[in-house]
Design a protein around this ligand. Structure first.
Ligand SMILES: *Cc1c(COP(=O)(O)O)cnc(C)c1O
Length: 218
């Protein structure tokens, strides 16, 4: 299935200049990524390390790669040299490893802390208390990471009031933290099915896959 260029352009128009689109290209071939690239798009998201590494090797070096999956500590080294932003960080252990690999690569790696906002059990992320504990802990000593903001995934439900409530909660938390930490600039929330609500609730970065690339097989 080809890239839906019309949907892509519509999304770009809707987002305006203050919301970044991460085109989620997981499971999609490099030809389709190149098609969006040729339209000027540079931010792409993947959620498997192996797939990301293979694609990054083959594709232009000015692509900004976003890791949006659940990152295992032992895989950080594979992406540390080039990753632009890691969205789903939810433990000090992982942050410490990212910092270590950042240092090895002589760079500062951008991270978002994932907050658990959905009511479903399965989603990863920190609750508010864990988030504050992490931010107030020893992470200021980690010089090779930069916490740029927060990321969250709403419940997978048709109940859009619930989705809105969850995004609203995350935005409030983000705003509260922002007043203490000027490095926090990015709020990554919103996917194909809920990005319009996410923008209304203050998202600065949306992660959109199927709306642009079509449904995934797996
Ligand atoms: C797959 C994925 C997306 C994109 O989902 P779509 O519904 O296809 O837009 C966004 N965020 C994360 C974390 C994902 O894993």
């Amino acid at each position: 299935m080809p890239v839906n260029v019309q949907n892509y352009k519509e999304v770009i128009n809707e987002l305006g200049t203050h919301v970044t689109l991460v085109a989620v290209s997981k499971t999609k071939p490099i030809e389709e990524i190149l098609e969006l690239y040729s339209l000027g798009h540079r931010d792409f998201g993947e959620n498997y390390v192996q797939e990301l590494v293979e694609k990054a090797e083959l594709l232009p070096k000015d692509i900004r790669w976003h890791f949006i999956g659940h990152l295992q500590s032992n895989k950080v080294k594979n992406i540390a040299a080039f990753i632009h932003l890691i969205h789903g960080v939810d433990s000090l252990k992982l942050l410490t490893e990212i910092n270590k690999q950042g240092k090895k690569n002589n760079r500062v790696i951008n991270c978002l802390l994932q907050v658990h906002i959905a009511q479903e059990e399965a989603k990863f992320g920190l609750n508010e208390e864990e988030l504050l504990q992490l931010l107030n802990g020893s992470i200021s000593q980690l010089r090779n990471i930069k916490i740029c903001g927060l990321m969250g995934m709403a419940s997978l439900t048709d109940n859009m009031d619930k989705v809105r409530y969850e995004f609203h909660f995350l935005k409030l938390l983000f705003t509260k933290l922002m007043t203490h930490d000027s490095q926090l600039t990015t709020l990554s929330m919103g996917m194909s099915g809920d990005y319009k609500i996410a923008i209304e609730e203050g998202s600065t970065m949306v992660r959109i896959g199927s709306l642009i690339f079509g449904e995934r097989n797996q």
